[in-house]
Design a binder for this molecule. Structure first.
Ligand SMILES: Cc1cc2nc3c(=O)[nH]c(=O)nc-3n(C[C@H](O)[C@H](O)[C@H](O)COP(=O)(O)O)c2cc1C
Length: 316
């Protein structure tokens, strides 16, 4: 019987309070916010702060920040202390153009000394109030595969935990993540390492653990529309088998997701944001295309609720 902590990955546009809560219901151990702009935090934008908010139920919970200036990142970290999250995560892996062109996210892997300065300054600003983790990739591209030295530098600069998503910036989310990099990094660092990338089943979680010896597993896309994956992984690690999810359960979870969203956001916003979230629950089911089109035109939560109920009651 192996017990390994399971993290829900930060997923911008998806891992809001509602989805985090749902994943916690299904036994995710650690939750992380969507990425939050350090610039936005120090300007105290209410929209930015809305990404930080969480309930005690979500603990242990971390806020992830992104930015490129050590001073701004430290100030942003300091501004989070009153919220008392359990950890702060620094995003050094985001490949998106609008982030890397500002020298943030995975662009920091091209400037490792600046990245280390950020970790040192943020660590100082946090003054022991919470743990500090750093999430990064294998490097910018295959010619600049610096995850090993980069990880060691972040450890020396004061990171308490590292998380590796072993793809290059240039790959964005294509191809496969190279778990061998997780194994190699784990061998050389002395702080815990979270393995991330392409885990979408209990079998893959077990394979990642076996192949890399990582200390925790982080799951992103595999949990979208499938928050029960965390429970299934735990069952599999404990008993070697896991219960399949039933259609009735999927319907219940999808409706709960909608209800949770309405607890923290205005209906107008929820109706629009839930379009992509809810489609994940029905993705591979017959007739899902038609339902997706209908949900895209829905104007109220009640309408969506009815559409989903009808779909599940009538699906074979
Ligand atoms: C839609 C989407 C949004 C993401 N947002 C973030 C983010 O805000 N911060 C971050 O560090 N990584 C982000 N990622 C990357 C994931 O956290 C994760 O590293 C990646 O998807 C690989 O894990 P997976 O195969 O389990 O999804 C995002 C990925 C996707 C697909």
């Amino acid at each position: 019987m192996t017990k390994i902590p399971l993290y829900l990955a930060p997923l911008a546009g998806y891992t809001d309070q509602a989805f985090r809560r749902l994943c916690k219901d299904w036994q995710a151990d650690y939750l992380v916010s969507e990425m939050v702009s350090a610039d936005g935090l120090i300007r105290n934008h209410s929209k930015t702060l809305s990404y930080v908010l969480f309930s005690d139920y979500e603990r242990p919970y971390g806020v992830q920040i992104f930015g490129s200036d050590p001073y701004v990142m430290a100030k942003a970290a300091e501004s989070l202390i009153p919220f008392q999250p359990d950890f702060l995560d620094i995003n050094m892996g985001c490949p998106a153009k609008k982030v890397v062109k500002r020298g943030a996210g995975s662009a920091l892997m091209k400037t490792p000394h600046k990245a280390a300065d950020i970790v040192r300054e943020v660590k100082k600003a946090l003054a022991g109030t919470m743990r500090l983790s750093v999430k990064f990739r294998s490097g910018w591209d295959a010619q600049n595969q610096n995850y090993r030295d980069f990880g060691l530098m972040m450890q020396d600069a004061g990171a308490d935990i590292l998380c590796l998503h072993p793809r290059f910036q240039k790959q964005m989310f294509s191809g496969h993540s190279n778990w061998e990099h997780i194994r190699i990094l784990k061998e050389v660092i002395s702080i815990p390492l979270i393995g991330n990338g392409d885990v979408d089943s209990p079998e893959k979680a077990q394979k990642m653990l076996k192949e890399t010896n990582c200390d925790a597993i982080m799951i992103g896309r595999g949990a979208l529309g499938r928050p029960w994956l965390f429970k299934q992984i735990k069952e599999f690690f404990e008993k070697g088998s896991y219960s399949p999810i039933t259609k009735a359960q999927i319907l219940e979870v999808a409706l709960k997701h909608l209800d949770y969203a309405l607890m923290t956001k205005d209906e107008y916003v929820v109706v629009r944001e839930m379009r992509s979230q809810l489609c994940n629950y029905i993705k591979s089911m017959p007739g899902s295309k038609d339902l997706r089109a209908k949900i895209n035109h829905a104007q109220s939560a009640d309408e969506i609720r009815e559409m989903i109920r009808d779909f599940f009651l009538n699906c074979p």
